[in-house]
Ligand binder design. Structure first.
Ligand SMILES: Cc1cc2nc3c(=O)[nH]c(=O)nc-3n(C[C@H](O)[C@H](O)[C@H](O)COP(=O)(O)OP(=O)(O)OC[C@H]3O[C@@H](n4cnc5c(N)ncnc54)[C@H](O)[C@@H]3O)c2cc1C
Ligand SMILES: NC(=O)c1ccc[n+]([C@@H]2O[C@H](COP(=O)([O-])OP(=O)(O)OC[C@H]3O[C@@H](n4cnc5c(N)ncnc54)[C@H](O)[C@@H]3O)[C@@H](O)[C@H]2O)c1
Length: 461
């Protein structure tokens, strides 16, 4: 009989929210255990954000190397790609961040139980550690279990052994021709990175555009960018069947009969929550229709004393949102009221150049019946974009029709993520758009373009 060990707090799943809460609470003197299947630091640093951005960096430099002549640099021959070195660099960056995380975990004093966990009674989690099973319970239990790549039920897809982001990030040989199923965040980032590294790419997207949440003009600009890179985009297309084997040769047949052959297929078609087979029903934790954990604005689940955070709780799928879920949980422990309602969630798609957005899109404003004024400007007129030789893209802002609040900002362009943060700060501070229009912004920076953009806002009513 395995004895149950009691903690003040048990964190089940060590993602961004969970590990941060565990370190915070352990440092404050509470007895804390974290149950984690094996990824020290969670998915972001091991298999998601960080390794993808490392890959993107190599890809950017390969792409830039094709344009060195325009910058006045001659090269003796084409840049040679060593894909195994690219993979090794990615692995080194991951290992470094895992080591940093491990050290911070140890310094905080929480107990890390490595192994697969599942509820065996309403408040007890059994963990399959290497040394055998252990059982833990806590006064408070926090679920931060994350998601995994969804594999749509397409005949032949599973049998084709498709790549997901996990395997794609480990490739030591560049795919000759990569078929990407899904034109969302992962599809866009991976498709362009592998294209820049030298693969032929076809992206097959079920919907009418890339980046489903964006305005049509924004999605069209992103699509145009990828097409100029030589990526073939196929929209409104459902895959009927996959045959062959990813890694050698594989074929995708669409419902309309068209076929695409490649050496590899990558699935980037959304995410499945890690809620199956771990006894959440035993714990009385209700799920939504899509299998995510049902939570309220304080991240409380249907089971008393159990909260859920991050992607598994249906929070927007970004590391910075999982971090904010930690703040909600921490506030709850301290008797505070901070919750998930009305959060401003920025995001950046790390294509080259970046796409970034914060606040409302035109589509969302119209749907919510919010009247707005629109300013849009090509990046081409921003002096810094010219000196950098990165003239592609635009900035776009929505300002309230009847006052000067900034409602939303979108940018496709060099350093878009950094520029977006400037606008986000203005929005958080409640500044009118005129503050950015009239600010003395350093010349020549990319952010200087904000002055030019907001000067284009039409007069209000
Ligand atoms: C390819 C890719 C790129 C991304 N890029 C970005 C980006 O650039 N920026 C950004 O903000 N977001 C990005 N994201 C999203 C981001 O990775 C997640 O939103 C973020 O990691 C937060 O995850 P989380 O805290 O919900 O859980 P996770 O970090 O996924 O943690 C969940 C943990 O639970 C563990 N676990 C699950 N089940 C069990 C079990 N039964 N027993 C024990 N342990 C278990 C898992 O091992 C895992 O470590 C990306 C995602 C992907 C897939
Ligand atoms: N830079 C970032 O912040 C970043 C990067 C990568 C991932 N992420 C997060 O991870 C999440 C998951 O990314 P994702 O790209 O897997 O999902 P996604 O929801 O962004 O995109 C999935 C796409 O696949 C399409 N699709 C679904 N089934 C399909 C099918 N059978 N055939 C063709 N197309 C199909 C959908 O229409 C959709 O456009 C994102 O929502 C995002 O929040 C963030």
């Amino acid at each position: 009989m395995v004895e149950t060990e009691h903690y003040d707090i048990v964190v089940f799943g060590g993602g961004k929210a969970g590990k941060t809460l565990a370190m915070d609470q352990a440092s404050a003197g509470r007895r804390v255990a974290v149950v984690e299947a094996g990824m020290i630091g969670g998915s972001c640093i091991n298999i998601a954000c960080i390794p993808t951005k490392a890959l993107v960096r190599s890809a950017q430099l390969v792409e830039l190397s094709h344009h060195t002549a325009t910058l006045g640099l001659s090269k003796s021959g084409p840049v040679a790609l060593d894909m195994s070195r690219v993979a090794a660099r990615t692995a080194e960056i991951v290992a470094g961040m895992v080591a940093l995380n491990r050290a911070a975990f140890e310094a905080s004093g929480f107990e890390l139980l490595l192994g697969w966990g599942r509820f065996v009674d309403p408040r007890t989690i059994e963990v399959e550690t290497e040394a055998g099973p252990r059982r833990v319970t806590g006064d408070r239990i926090y679920l931060n279990l994350g998601t995994k790549a969804a594999i749509p039920p397409i005949p032949g897809l599973r049998e084709a052994d498709p790549l997901t982001h996990v395997e794609a990030l480990l490739l030591e040989i560049l795919p000759t021709r990569l078929l990407v199923i899904g034109g969302g965040y992962i599809g866009m980032e991976m498709a362009q990175a592998f294209r820049h590294l030298g693969s032929e790419i076809v992206v097959i997207e079920a919907g009418p555009q890339l980046a489903a949440r964006e305005d049509a003009d924004v999605a069209a600009a992103i699509g145009g960018l990828l097409e100029r890179d030589g990526i073939e985009l196929v929209f409104n297309s459902r895959v009927a069947e996959v045959s062959g084997h990813s890694g050698t040769d594989v074929m995708v047949r669409l419902e309309d009969g068209r076929t695409f052959s490649g050496t590899h297929v990558l699935v980037a078609a959304g995410r499945t929550p890690m809620t199956g087979g771990i006894g959440l029903d035993i714990a009385g934790v209700d799920l939504t229709e899509r299998g995510f954990i049902r939570v309220d604005e304080t991240l409380k689940t249907s089971a008393a004393g159990i909260w859920a955070m991050g992607e598994v709780a249906g929070s927007p799928m970004f590391t910075h949102v999982s971090l904010d879920d930690y703040r909600v949980a921490k506030s709850g422990i301290a008797g505070g009221t901070y919750n998930t309602a009305g959060r401003m969630v920025p995001y950046v798609v790390f294509i080259d150049p970046e796409f970034a957005r914060v606040g409302l899109s035109e589509t969302e404003a119209r749907k919510a019946g919010i009247a707005y004024r629109l300013a849009k400007m090509p990046m081409d007129i921003v002096p810094r974009a010219r000196t950098l030789g990165e003239r592609t893209g635009f900035m776009k802002a929505l300002v309230a029709a009847d006052d000067d609040r900034i409602l939303g900002f979108a940018m496709l362009g060099v350093q878009a993520g950094e520029v977006m943060a400037v606008v986000q700060m203005a929005m958080l501070g409640g500044l009118p758009y005129t503050a950015l229009r009239d600010a003395i912004l350093a010349h020549p920076t990319v952010s200087e373009g904000l002055g030019m953009l907001f000067a284009r806002v039409p007069p209000g009513r």
